[in-house]
Ligand binder design. Structure first.
Ligand SMILES: C[S@@+](CC[C@H](N)C(=O)[O-])C[C@H]1O[C@@H](n2cnc3c(N)ncnc32)[C@H](O)[C@@H]1O
Length: 285
């Protein structure tokens, strides 16, 4: 299993989408400002799957196939001239047949009451748990999800936590920095999660009779078949062996910058990152 990838773009999503290919993403999950200009034709051009969009009940950006509802935490702000806003619509335009039916039934009620669990970092941020539900229902692992109005990147965090690639666009640099920070911390969580899955698959594979037979007299084809059967890719295996082999700390002359430096070198393939030039290098020791 590969690590999910993240691409964060700073700029106007209208400009960014012009650079995107037709059907280059599998799903759009986004939360524009209430008064944003939305070009649905452009969203439909770049996306092959579902388009999921938050909006206020008074300003629906398009006529959806289905509507879900997010009831927010009541706030005590400014009721003097209008009613408080406790509900947001989640518009759903369905394309294709991706719809994950393997979740607990409570995910399909279409009425969500998730609350933000952490300190507020963006004035309009959504609860991570809500974004994870939407990502899990409307996309598949390995899909690419796009959020043109990314904000603090809750959609992106949800994608990383659930094994989807993510592309996000944000017009304000301060929020882009926030998004970078949020996805960096997720990346670590995701690699731990991947490692755990790979460990489990490897253990299962080792326990299987086929594995012991292969150890005695296996051909390359047997090995490949076995790995495929247990969903272990060559990259997974390299990562697994690298982590199992551990590291040692050594001084060496960097083959790229020629400086005499010290760092942790993998026992598996002698790879390291040079602390002086910051290149990935293979050390000859
Ligand atoms: C409602 S917020 C999204 C909040 C996000 N769901 C979260 O959980 O943090 C909308 C975001 O879209 C950004 N935005 C507004 N117009 C934009 C545009 N044309 N292109 C890209 N981003 C835009 C705003 O700066 C804001 O951060």
């Amino acid at each position: 299993m590969n690590e999910p990838t993240v691409k964060l773009v700073c700029g106007d999503c209208i400009d960014f989408m012009r650079t995107m290919g037709d059907k280059s993403v599998d799903c759009i999950i986004t939360d524009p400002m209430y008064n944003s200009q939305i070009n649905m034709d452009e969203l439909r051009r770049v996306c092959s799957g579902h388009i999921i969009m938050f909006c206020s009940p008074e300003n629906m950006f398009f006529k959806p196939d289905e509507i879900a509802y997010w009831t927010k935490t009541p706030s005590t702000k400014n009721y003097s001239r209008h009613l408080g806003r406790f509900v947001e619509y989640i518009l759903i335009e369905r394309h294709g047949d991706t719809f994950n039916t393997d979740l607990h039934w409570s995910n399909y009620t279409g009425v969500y009451t998730d609350m933000i669990q952490t300190k507020q970092v963006h004035p309009f941020e959504k609860p991570l748990s809500l974004m994870e539900r939407l990502v899990l229902i409307y996309s598949k692992p390995g899909d690419t999800v796009f959020d043109p109005f990314m904000g603090s990147c809750k959609t992106g965090q949800a994608c990383l936590n659930t094994g989807r690639d993510f592309i996000g666009c944000e017009i304000l640099e301060e929020y882009l920095k926030l998004a970078q920070k949020n996805t960096a911390s997720c990346n670590h969580a995701q690699s731990r999660y991947n490692k755990c899955i790979i460990d489990r698959r490897m253990m299962k594979m080792k326990r299987s009779t086929n594995f012991n037979q292969w150890r005695k007299a296996g051909t390359i084809k047997d090995v490949a078949d076995l790995f495929e059967k247990f969903g272990v890719t060559a990259d997974d295996l390299r990562q697994y062996q690298k982590e199992k082999a551990g590291v040692r700390r050594r001084k060496y002359t960097c083959p790229r910058c020629d400086n005499y430096v010290e760092s942790e070198i993998s026992n598996y393939d002698n790879s390291t990152v040079c602390p002086s030039c910051e290149n990935d290098v293979i050390v000859d020791i």
